[in-house]
Ligand binder design. Structure first.
Ligand code: SF4
Length: 279
């Protein structure tokens, strides 16, 4: 059975799951093991996503499940994203309509599909986005952008804003450290811009991996040329975690250099994140 949701296009044998670990061939039917079963639910400031230019100062009802379609060696949420095999029977069901009602009850202006990769729970995310829209709430997605164009159009028609992680402007980085490729992420960014989704981009700057001035400048130039100079770009400090423990925390000077290069490239809104960690 073929899953066409993301560029991996997994062929899934009966009784097995695809690379994301949460989409399974059950007797010839492709099922999501995380439908209606979030593994994490919190109320967060929207700036934490980070989205700095979309409903600033508001809170967003945030939820995520298990699983991911990439395997970033530096994943900061690996307890959720890399859990295999996924057993979700103990997680109480939280249907989309209830998610939207809870968001309203908590005084949130939006619902956030976040913590792990929303692509791998696209059906649940889409139901949540529709339920949220019906109640006057916005929906935001915090995503790696690794999704096929067809499913992306279907999902993002109901998503109001997204922060897309552009992990490096280097296909080798994606292949070596993330188990994916760069081009589909660039394609998703352009598609979301075309669909009118409010877009912010985040780049985690990892010492000795994606922090050369040439690469930082090339990334910023691409964002400016393809997505527009008003697109907010966030450079975020790396800290050692999961499988990438042998790199230092990103120096503050590197982040400041990245910001200067992005401003020189023509971007107007360049933000630095995790600065309290930077040395
Ligand atoms: S969403 Fe999961 S099962 Fe589907 S193609 Fe991607 S990794 Fe494979």
């Amino acid at each position: 059975m073929l899953c066409g949701l993301c560029p991996h296009a997994c062929r899934i044998e009966p009784g097995h799951a695809g690379r994301c670990g949460v989409r399974m061939n059950r007797g010839g039917e492709l099922v999501s093991l995380v439908q209606n079963r979030p593994a994490a639910v919190h109320v967060d400031p929207i700036e934490k996503k980070p989205l700095y230019h979309f409903l600033p100062g508001t809170r967003t009802f945030s939820l995520g499940t298990f699983g991911c379609n990439l395997r970033c060696a530096f994943c900061q949420n690996h307890e959720l994203s890399m859990t295999r095999p996924v057993v979700t029977n103990d997680i109480p069901e939280f249907p989309a309509a209830e998610v939207a009602e809870e968001a309203l009850r908590h005084g949130c202006k939006s619902v956030a599909l976040t913590y792990n990769e929303p692509t791998v729970w696209a059906e649940y995310g889409l139901e949540i986005a529709k339920a949220a829209r019906a109640r006057g709430l916005k929906t935001v997605s915090v995503t790696n952008g690794y999704i096929q164009p067809g499913p992306a159009e279907e999902l993002y028609r109901f998503i109001d804003a997204a922060n897309v992680d552009l992990k490096a402007f280097d296909d080798g980085f994606y292949r070596r450290l993330c188990g994916g490729t760069l081009q589909p992420v660039l394609d998703t960014l352009k598609l979301l811009r075309k669909l009118g989704v409010w877009l912010e981009v985040t780049n985690l700057v990892i010492p000795q991996e994606n922090d050369s001035p040439e690469q930082l400048a090339a990334l910023a130039k691409w964002v400016c040329a393809e997505l527009g100079p008003e697109t907010p770009l966030h450079f975020s400090a790396f800290f050692p975690c999961w499988k990438l423990m042998d790199r230092p925390v990103t120096p503050r000077t590197t982040l400041e250099l990245a910001r200067r290069l992005a401003l020189d490239a023509g971007l107007r809104h360049v933000h630095l994140g995790n600065l309290h960690l930077a040395e």
